[in-house]
Design a protein around this ligand. Sequence first.
Ligand code: ATP
Ligand code: MG
Length: 331
Amino acid sequence: MSEPQFPVHNTFQEAAPKPAARKPGHVIIVGNEKGGSGKTTTTMHLIVALLRLGFTVGSMDIDARQRSLSRYIENRRQTIAKENQPLPLPHHIIIQKSPFNMLQEVETDERERFIKGLARIYYSNDFVVIDTPGSDTYLSRLAHSFADTVITPINDSFVDLDVLANVDGQTMKIVKPSIYSEMMWEQKLARAKRDGGSIEWIVMRNRLSNIDARNKRHMTSVLNELSRRIGFRVAPGFGERVIFREMFLQGLTVLDIMDGRTTSASISLSHVAARQEVRDLLKTLQIPVIDDRVNQLRNVQQQEADNQAAAEARAESDAEGPAQRLSEAAG
Ligand SMILES: Nc1ncnc2c1ncn2[C@@H]1O[C@H](COP(=O)(O)OP(=O)(O)OP(=O)(O)O)[C@@H](O)[C@H]1O
Ligand SMILES: [Mg+2]
């Protein structure tokens, strides 16, 4: 069976049906208090994938120290301006660090900044995607408590597993959940208390490599065990690929290159695999509006292909008539 195709959409927002009364956007937090696990990389790809499906996206950077997501979006804006490229953009905001010193004042101020920032993008977008810092901060905890979905990318190594739980190196048994897992538990309770909602937690393996197949298998079994114990789902994840990092300065992703046909860059097998990994992440989220949109646009694409085939068949038979008559006249 051929690989299902995601639709190509250059008329981004036009593809999105506009509901009469807007519901709040679905909030996705990309979080892991360990630095360098792929949060910003995952966030960038998720935002562009959602935009390219025709959704409106509000994005928020609460990593005011590094601001990597904000720099990426600024790079994207510059590419649009310099190269006149029709790239879809999110409505992006940064939550600045509080200038206060006293802990209580800082938290009150940051809470206010976060709520005001979220309010600007919450009801006006289908999705809100938030990139968080690689450390345990008040803002990060607060943001987690507003999530509908949390995605935690982890590097595919046992060194990084301890963000989820302490694992006994000899027996591979789980000793106890980590501080981050406990924080997730607390934020699930905070969310339930605030509005009765629930948080779907997805752990995503990142920078998978084919070199160490034994480590990969071990990670799979420990993660599966952890997912049952701690209560998350495991996404297939992203491989270690140059394409996931090389277009940061242009503010582009593999999806822009392949689906948007924005550059003349040649397409490699790694591009195709990377795009599939992003699509698989979307599928793992199990968010009905995304699945519906993918099916809806796939049907439109199929219909267009059928129309094209029918038009070609008609053109062929139109050409056949005169040819037949000529051949009969020529005896
Ligand atoms: N799948 C991947 N393939 C190749 N490089 C990757 C991949 N994922 C992340 N990287 C690279 O790893 C580095 C760290 O990634 P990223 O900045 O996304 O992590 P982070 O969790 O946001 O870090 P921080 O905690 O500092 O905010 C970056 O140089 C990024 O380009
Ligand atoms: Mg980051």
